[in-house]
Design a protein around this ligand. Structure first.
Ligand code: IPE
Ligand code: MG
Length: 271
């Protein structure tokens, strides 16, 4: 056997052992309540690039995209039905055009790859939904996002909401506008608005409110992310930068959710 073959064999054995270990850990974790919906504020890609002397911030973002794949795989294995990813905030458009382009290109690459996986039957039960001001994105991205949403529409094992060009402020404005237009016969906004009229037209109305928001990169803010939907969610912050988020961070966050179950349920009943 030559060296590449040996390395390949070793990697295969190692991955198999890791998968076995995860199965065991997740089985233990499932003895307690599993969050129905986890939201991730993915922060720290550029700091990761700097910390590891990568050639550019782009490499940091690329590392962040690899992390997304792993985290989603873990969530699926644990049995979390809904995951939301804050992939690109509306304010991120204010970054250098070159960085915005890099993020858009990476997202497009990922979307196109996921379409291929879905077509070849390798996505296994995963539904992808894009939420945000999608009209502000370029035509090619919009078309690919739309296609991915359509071909995964029937899947129910894991529902992933990717928030792109998203901010809660814009989401609320969009929902109010939309419900005004729908409620008034002639486009006149002189109508009585109820809470559920607005909620119906939120970008993220397809998913229940998050149980946990996990923010990486050490920040303690929600950064205009699902502010309306997270009043009762547990906020878990970790100093780990997004590309560093691993299995143990996720397990730790879920254990914290389980430990605070009584408190969270009491709070939900009181509000
Ligand atoms: C998050 O990481 C990337 C996006 C979701 C756009 P950052 O690019 O904000 O990285 P830091 O926080 O500056 O390190
Ligand atoms: Mg940041």
């Amino acid at each position: 056997m030559n060296i590449p073959e040996e390395v390949g064999k070793f990697t295969q054995i190692f991955n198999g052992l890791m998968a076995l270990m995860r199965r065991f850990i997740f089985r233990v974790l499932r003895a307690g309540p599993i969050p129905n919906h986890i939201s991730f504020i993915m922060d720290g890609n550029r700091r990761f690039a700097k910390k590891h002397n990568l050639e550019s911030v782009h490499a940091g973002h690329r590392a962040g995209f690899i992390s997304v794949t792993y985290v989603l795989q873990y969530c699926k294995e644990i049995g979390v039905p809904y995951v939301t990813l804050y992939a690109f905030g509306f304010d991120n458009f204010k970054r250098e055009p070159e960085e915005v382009k890099c993020l858009m290109d990476l997202m497009l690459e990922k979307v196109e790859l996921t379409i291929e996986q879905a077509i070849s039957g390798n996505l296994k039960g995963v539904r992808v939904i894009f939420a945000g001001d999608l009209n502000s994105l370029n035509e090619r991205f919009r078309a690919s996002a739309q296609r991915l949403m359509e071909i995964t529409e029937e899947n129910r094992d894991l529902i992933i909401v990717v928030c792109v060009a998203y901010s809660t402020s814009r989401e609320i404005v969009h929902a109010v506008r939309e419900s005004c237009v729908r409620k008034s016969d002639d486009g006149n906004c002189n109508v009585v608005m109820e809470l559920n009229d607005i909620e119906k037209y939120m970008y993220t109305s397809v998913v229940p409110d998050p149980d946990i928001v996990i923010r990486t990169g050490g920040g303690d803010r929600l950064s205009n992310f699902m502010i309306w939907q997270t009043s009762k969610s547990l906020l878990h912050t970790t100093a780990a930068l997004w590309p560093e988020l691993g299995l143990w961070h996720l397990v730790w966050a879920i254990l914290k959710f389980q430990r605070l179950q009584g408190y969270l349920q009491k709070k939900q009943k009181l509000d």
